[in-house]
Design a protein around this ligand. Structure first.
Ligand code: FES
Ligand SMILES: [Fe+2]
Length: 352
């Protein structure tokens, strides 16, 4: 078993979902998502029961979706309610799975497991995305790598000064042997695991520099993960005693949704509490963040995955562990435990 099913997975940003059906593969299953007549989001199996046509090419009428191939019409409950070819006969197996959805933190979430177990309290915390004090840019990326390798990447930001020297870090031109290391602390709060990084004195990175005018400040970054694959990062720069700059807060979210075993939807958004009405500043933030994720992280993680021979299990691979891997390692263990517990329950149900 590869995935935790009883968990919320982000399927996109709420404002990007409308009455036009959208197809998305999540956890190896193809879904169709659209908004019905009251604007509520509907998620169901995305291929027709008849000849497996992609329903995202179909047409939505009220809450129903009509298959683009031979016209079977399904209701929001996934049940076929009209067959244009059968004198009113509806094949009993013409029924699609439907999924529980939630709109939260400006994103759409799909519960891929047992509908009865869907629990809104397990949604990740709300962030600056819902605050009028912040300006945010939202991105929907896709990375051709296993989601667990991206969780490893995000929970171990010691890679930033090496890999992101001219974007998220401030180490451009520095010799790789001289890169300074932050103070590091691991925290666990229930199932939420956190990596905290701290510099007493640090020049701002290119991402922070437009808003932080002092040459140096105090830097804190805290990445938090919660099962199965949602993360949030709080980055802030505070002025030192006597500094002129105001503090800058730049939180981001990193919602990972496995598409298949080796590709991942990466819904990410980054916010800032300075210069919040500037579209130039939005573009600067978007440009640096997408450069970091797509031109720096992605090629590195892809090469690692290739050199791992396609096995994303770092324990089976005998990976060396460092002190700063504690959050990533614990996240892997916790996720594995939850997946095993879930498939154990499933086997019991199947046996009974
Ligand atoms: S494939 Fe959908 S009606 Fe035939
Ligand atoms: Fe990175």
């Amino acid at each position: 078993v590869k995935y935790l099913r009883n968990s919320w997975y982000c399927a996109g940003w709420s404002h990007e979902i409308d009455e036009r059906p959208k197809g998305i593969r999540m956890l190896d299953e193809y879904l169709v998502i659209y908004r019905g007549k009251d604007h509520q989001a509907i998620a169901m199996t995305g291929r027709c029961t008849h000849r497996f046509a992609p329903l995202d090419q179909g047409v939505v009428i009220d809450d129903d979706i009509i298959c683009p191939y031979h016209g079977l019409r399904y209701g929001a409950d996934g049940v076929c309610k009209h067959n244009p070819h059968g004198d009113g006969f509806i094949p009993p197996r013409a029924k699609l799975n439907t999924y529980v959805v939630a709109e939260h933190n400006t994103a759409l979430w799909v519960w891929m497991g047992d509908a009865e177990a869907a629990d809104r309290t397990l949604l990740p915390p709300e962030t600056a995305l819902v605050s009028a004090e912040y300006s945010s840019v939202r991105m929907a990326l896709k990375l051709p790598v296993n989601y667990q390798l991206i969780i490893d990447n995000l929970l171990d930001l010691t890679h930033a000064p090496y890999l992101h020297s001219s974007t998220l870090a401030n180490t451009e031109g520095m010799s790789i042997a001289d890169i300074p290391q932050p103070g590091f602390e691991f925290k666990a709060e229930g199932d939420t695991l956190k990596s905290h990084y701290h510099f007493d004195v640090m020049p701002p990175s290119p991402l922070l520099a437009p808003y932080f005018t002092d040459p140096v400040g105090e830097f804190n970054a805290e990445m938090a993960w919660q099962p199965a694959s949602t993360l949030s990062l709080d980055v802030r720069m505070d002025p030192l005693a006597g500094g002129q700059s105001e503090f800058i807060d730049m939180p981001s979210v990193h919602y990972l949704t496995p598409e298949t075993a080796d590709s991942t939807h990466y819904f990410t958004a980054i916010s800032r509490n300075r210069d919040i009405h500037s579209t130039d500043a939005d573009e600067h933030m978007r440009m640096l963040a997408s450069k970091a994720f797509l031109e720096e992280d992605e090629p590195m993680i892809s090469r690692c995955q290739e050199l791992m021979g396609g096995n994303p299990d770092i324990f089976e691979m005998g990976a060396v562990m460092l002190r700063t891997d504690v959050a990533g390692v614990q996240a892997r263990r916790l996720l594995k435990k939850k997946i095993e517990a879930e498939s154990g329950t499933q086997e019991l149900q199947d046996a009974g």
